[in-house]
Each structure stands twice: as C-alpha cells, then as structure tokens.
Design a protein around this ligand. Sequence first.
Ligand code: ZN
Length: 303
Amino acid sequence: MRLDESEQSENLEDVRGSGGGFGGGMPIPGGRGGLGIGAILILGLIGYATGIDPRILIGGAEMIFGGGGNSGYVQQSMPEQQSSGPPQDEQGRFISAVLANTEKVWGEVLPQQTGKAYPPPKLVLYSGMTSTACGPGQRAAGPFYCPLDQKVYLDLGFFDDMRRKFGTRMGQFAIAYVVAHEIGHHIQNVLGTLPKVEAAQKRVSEKDSNGLQVRVELQADCFAGVWAANADQRFKILEAGDVQDALNAASAVGDDTLQKETQGYVVPDSFTHGSSAQRTRWFATGLKTVQLAACNTFNANPL
Ligand SMILES: [Zn+2]
C-alpha cells in the first residue's frame, strides 16, 4: 500500500497508556480523569473475565470488526479523554494517515454520491480498555464504531491477536481495510441507516435482528471497498497483493470461519457479520463498482 504518511489526521485521539480516563459516573480512586492502579487492575480483571468468554465462546460474532450498531447502547458518561498530540510511532502514524486519507476521499465522494456532507469521525487509539459513550471498549472486542459519540475505537494489539489466533497476514492494506470498515459504519450513521436498523431490530425476533446486523456489516465491508477504489483513483494507493490481503482478512473474520475456529460448528442464524464468502464478495463489490449505491445489502437476495 502506498500512503503519504506526511498527511496526518487531526481527528485522531491517542489515549494509549493513559489508562483510558474514565470520567464521571463511578467513584474512581486516583483522582480526576485517571484511574488508580488498583482500579485499573480490578477493571482489567473484570474486563478479562467478562470480555473474553462470551464473545469468543459464542462464536466471536461481535468480537471482530466491532458491533457496528445494535446491542442496545447504554448511554454512559462521556469519556474525558485527552489527545496527547499526533502519534510519533510508526503504527500510530500509519493509522493517522489512513484516517486522513478517508477524510479526503469521503469528503469528496459522499457529497458527490449522496448529496450529504461528510462530518469526519474521531478515531480513538487506546490500549487495553477505554470508556466510550457505548460502554467500555476493550481490546478483546475488536475495533468498533460508537454511533453515540461518533468515534471509531481501535486498540492496535487487535492486529497482533488476529495474526496469532487466525494466522491472518495483516499487511498494511488489510489494516487500512479494518479502519475503512469502521468508517463505513460512520457513513451508515450519517446516512441514517444505523438508527433505522436499530429501531427495526427492536421489533423483530433475535434471528431476524441478527439477519439485519449481517446486512449492516456487509454494507460496511462494501463501503470499505468503495473507499479503497476511490482512494486508488485519486492517490494510487493500491499495490500488487493488497486487495488479496484485504480479502483474506475479510474472509478470516467471516462468522462461519470464526465459529468453526471457536466452537467447531456453524450456526447460520447466529451470524451477525456474514460468512467469509459474503464478506469477501461485498468488499469486492464496493471495490469494483466504486459506488455507494451498489452496496444495498438490505435489498440483496441472496446476500
Ligand atoms: Zn462492523
């Protein structure tokens, strides 16, 4: 992947190593905006106990690439997170450059293709745990987008987990694709899709609610493809092997693959992200068509 890393986003909040800065709402030893070591340990243990088991054992549906927007958001106190200036490390600068690229591309493409302006989301780089308007964020949950504060949350350790657990080669473009998928959820929020889906999910069975969530996720994959195609047209970002890397990553995090990996069998009704073949196909659809309109997963049959 070719990316101009001198272009850094102003919307990146780097709170790695800050302990997450849980604000308000709970008594916190250690003072304003920070956590005492004891609290960090306790929260870490709770997070470890509650975070790992249900998601991975149930099939990792929400573990990878974030929930995107159902799961009954609980409004919590807003985090008091402070950005510590632009990242200086290589990985942090890479994510910031990807974010800057998505801002340029969507800033042009969204108005062109939908008539809507693009309000860029913030991206929060954290390590371990952080507070979000959608509840606590933690590395085991994977990257996710919170529609309530319009922020993407990313713990870079997730990519090491992917490499270790699934043997997925997470090259630069595969990482960019993960970021673009989360930004895809932001586009869905801007277009009013997420609130509509969330309202619909409250009225239907769990099976149908999962079905809607799959369509949300596959559309975010398709939007990631639309970003990649438009970014390549403008900035020639793609190099040989990049697309295959991203498709492999998309395939590795299909629900069927994850379920087989974690529980040994596949339960299609419990899918919330789509199968490996579906994720691959919708990313490729966005990439090929370059058009958001081609990403109508809600009318696609079969998916
Ligand atoms: Zn998602």
